[in-house]
Design a protein around this ligand. Structure first.
Ligand SMILES: [Zn+2]
Length: 243
């Protein structure tokens, strides 16, 4: 069965070259059809803890277990994968939570934000993806408000390829400056917001937002387009607001 699904997926992936079966954000490949594109994307349709969701109420909690950042920000490259601009990192940066080290793997962006707050989007979000050695994924979402120009975004955008499938080397990024101090955050369980929509992802949404200029946000949308998955049913999800 596994071999069959791999073969099938291979077929669909190659059929995607003409855009007919490939996932995206509009047309046949739009988010409401992801679960039907491939059996590997089953969770997109039948999962019960999908992301993003609309955040309407939270359970307030104080934590004696703050996030501990040890970011070096050594970037490998920035890739245009057709769905987003993605910065890939070299090993060596970590975020500690629950006594576990999550290694910084990659960071990509969505316009507008995917999680919403009482129905409202932020104009842009960075998803900073981490993984333990055992494969546990943690995504830190950093919301962007419109404001002054962001130096780290400026550095990424200046190297970002405009063509899908291309990548370009990138110097180290000041990830500590980008993320800033996370004094409070929202925590919930969810999934990857792109196929295969795998569940069991820890989501941390910083409540200390970053800023980027209107022109910087527009630059991303001009290259990638609107790339947010719509909100999914919360299904009684526990949403914690930690300080
Ligand atoms: Zn994302």
């Amino acid at each position: 069965m596994r071999i069959l699904s791999l073969v099938l997926f291979g077929f669909l992936a190659s059929a995607g070259a003409d855009g007919a079966h490939h996932w995206g954000y509009k047309g046949e490949g739009a988010p409401q059809n992801w679960g039907d594109i491939s059996t590997d994307f089953h969770a997109c349709k039948y999962g019960k803890y999908q992301s993003p969701i609309d955040i309407t109420s939270t359970i307030k909690a104080t934590t004696d277990n703050p996030l501990a950042f040890a970011y070096k920000g050594e970037a490998k490259d920035v890739a245009n994968n057709g769905h987003s601009l993605q910065v890939n990192f070299k090993e060596g940066s970590t975020l500690k939570l629950d006594g576990k080290d999550f290694n910084l793997v990659q960071m990509h962006f969505h316009t507008p934000s995917e999680y919403t707050f009482n129905g409202k989007h932020f104009p842009m979000v960075a998803h900073i993806v981490h993984q333990t050695k055992e494969g546990q994924i943690l995504v830190l979402a950093l919301m962007f408000e419109e404001g002054k120009e962001n130096e780290v975004i400026k550095q990424i955008w200046s190297s970002a390829p405009k063509k899908a499938g291309e990548s370009k080397a990138l110097a180290a990024l000041d990830m500590n400056a980008l993320v800033g101090k996370v004094e409070s955050y929202i925590r919930l369980d969810g999934s990857l917001t792109t196929p295969p929509c795998t569940e069991g992802v820890i989501w941390i949404i910083s409540q200390n937002n970053a800023k980027a200029s209107k022109a910087q946000i527009k630059t991303f949308t001009n290259i990638i387009g609107v790339n947010n998955r719509p909100v999914q049913p919360a299904n009684g999800r526990v949403v914690i607001e930690a300080k």
